[in-house]
Design a protein around this ligand. Structure first.
Ligand code: GLN
Length: 262
């Protein structure tokens, strides 16, 4: 039942932004031959287009006008293995899956959590990171754990798993385009808590005074690269590349560059 609700909410969230079909196979506007030709094109080198939302440090964020972070470097390393050139498209987080299903991007690399609902629309690579949803509150907050969220106003980033889970609470949900906007709203006393991924939470809390992360984990998750359902050839290649990058220590080196061990 819970899954059903989450699935419906994801559907509503996506339909609201992009009018995509949920769970049902929807024909795309692209000509029919694109479907069979797309993987062959990718096999022949060329450009690998990554969709992301560069508001999610340390996985992806802007340095000037350049997208940097763990995902950006990992994707560049994957592209190199595939003999392709990486191109990064920055977009709203909830636009990434529609961009995949419509063929605008080849892969979504955005600290994206594998969920059953998303698996209805896209495939996921092998996972490359474990993650947690956490709760951020003001230092003087009476909220000490998940149970205290009842009746409160919770800020989330629109279309994220934090949004989906928090929406199941008996609470008011405020959706923001960027996680940092939710955090600013919290620090200004406009909302009571923020539910967001733990690594961005650490970065935001280090940048904004008077807020803290609660110890209690809200949810455990895993990140993977999202790829269009029909693009099974790319999925296999990405998985092979990820396995090599894991085996030769490249992935760990990239993570260590952005996340210091605790
Ligand atoms: N991991 C979360 C999700 O997949 C948030 C990702 C993000 O905001 N980039 O929904």
């Amino acid at each position: 039942m819970k899954k059903k609700i989450v699935s419906m909410m994801l559907c509503v969230a996506m339909a609201a932004t992009m009018m995509v079909g949920c769970g049902s196979k929807k024909e795309e506007a692209a000509p029919a031959q694109t479907e069979t030709e797309a993987p062959a094109e990718q096999a022949a080198g060329g450009t690998l287009v990554m969709g992301t939302n560069a508001e999610f440090p340390p996985y992806e964020y802007l340095e000037g006008d350049k997208v940097v972070g763990i995902d950006a470097e990992m994707a560049a390393a994957v592209a190199e293995k595939l003999g392709m050139e990486l191109k990064i498209e920055d977009m709203a987080f909830d636009a990434i899956i529609p961009a995949l299903t419509s063929g605008k991007v080849d892969m979504g690399v955005a600290g994206m959590t594998v969920t059953e609902d998303r698996l209805l629309s896209v495939n996921f690579s092998d996972t490359y990171a474990t993650a947690r949803q956490v709760i951020i509150v003001t230092e003087d907050s009476e909220i000490a754990g998940v149970a205290d969220l009842t009746g409160k106003t919770i800020g989330v980033q629109q279309g994220t798993t934090g949004d989906l889970y928090a929406s199941e609470e008996d609470a008011t949900i405020e959706r923001f385009a960027k996680g940092m906007e939710a955090v600013m709203s919290l620090s200004q006393g406009k909302i009571d808590a923020v539910v967001i991924d733990s690594e961005p939470a650490k970065v935001f809390v280090s940048e904004v005074e008077g807020i803290k992360i609660l110890d209690e984990t809200y949810a455990d998750e895993e990140y993977a690269i999202a790829i269009a359902k029909e693009d099974t050839e790319l999925l296999e290649k990405v998985n092979a590349a990820l396995a090599e990058l894991e085996a030769d220590g490249t992935l760990k080196a990239i993570v260590d560059k952005y996340i210091s061990a605790e």
